[in-house]
Design a protein around this ligand. Sequence first.
Ligand SMILES: *Cc1c(COP(=O)(O)O)cnc(C)c1O
Length: 401
Amino acid sequence: MNTNTSERESSTAFQAFVDFTRSIYGNDFIPLHRPVFEGNEKQYLIDCIDSNFVSSVGAKVTEFEQQVAAFTGAKYAVATVNGTAALHVALQLVGVQRDDEVITQALTFIATCNALSYAGAHPVFVDVDRDTLGLGPAALRQFLGQHAEMRDGCAYNKTTGRRLAACVPMHTFGLPCRIEEIVSLCNDYSIAVVEDAAESLGSYVGTRHTGTFGKMATLSFNGNKVITTGGGGMIITDDADLAARAKYITTTAKVPHPYEFVHDEIGYNYRLPNLNAALGCAQMERLPEFLAVKADVAGRYAGFFESLGIPLMRAPEGTTANYWLGAIVLESLQERDAFLAFTNTQGVMTRPIWRLMTRLTMFQHCQHDGLANSLWLEDRVVNIPSSVPNGALPAFNPQAL
Ligand SMILES: *Cc1c(COP(=O)(O)O)cnc(C)c1O
């Protein structure tokens, strides 16, 4: 659509979108992303109940961790009760302390900022790239050049006097951000990178899985993610000591002993129950299939939106996206609002991208750069239904991808 699109033309395009989405997902209410339990989910849950191991001890947790480590290529994986808890612990383990600062993007889900706040840190917001929706290396370079100074091997923020302890880039909607450049830049400043890979299970930069570039990374298995355990998360890392520490403090920091309860530091009850891990094991078996179907759906959307002249977010050059949630970029706030109202009224769920973190009461006083791209995207990006559809799709050659 061009800038002069009349409302009548818009609603024709919006109706075409509703019709197209219904051709994939059918005539009932279409949610943004629903889970699919068509494999061994029920069986593994029954196995758990029959074994009596439903809670914090059980074989499924270890099995799930091994599956995720094997899939991502990370050496170690530690399951947690959710993705927010995983991020909280990862930040603590890379050395984030009270009143440190953590650089992240203002265009993210609240969990990123909640987790760093639990660790006692303050967020500092740097702009994203328009084509990845993830933290921009150019913006990061500029921010660090302007505000960081090195003292005793650590980066400090010249403006606030606080230590810049970590950086948390996020792979938005499964589109990989420019993580290699971000890591290399952060290395120059001795800033630890923790990747928030909650949305990017199955997304790669080259052949390397997202979440394996930083010192640690975290995943989420919330009900709306690529695979789900009901609620759940995972820390992945190649560092044996950090992995062992992660397991220890997410399981109450209990000194191993057959019957004595001795805990030698403040730990967390952040472990994933065996029941949830059972779901995860069954979902991991389906993951390659889910990813193939999601790529197929993304290809269909690509062809459709091209015909309308509406940009659909695609995997940046050299990367593979999991196409967790499709995202389109509308012309203006006005068009966005009209699209949201039209589609949601028709029972096709669409949703605007998050409000920038800098708009929220808790974070509005935090330091940030100009956020030009974040502000531009905030007004225009909308998520569209992206579940794995029920049953087989009509034949389609995903050449549009
Ligand atoms: C889902 C998500 C998380 C983690 O959420 P939980 O619900 O705690 O598992 C973290 N960051 C981002 C960007 C997310 O989308």
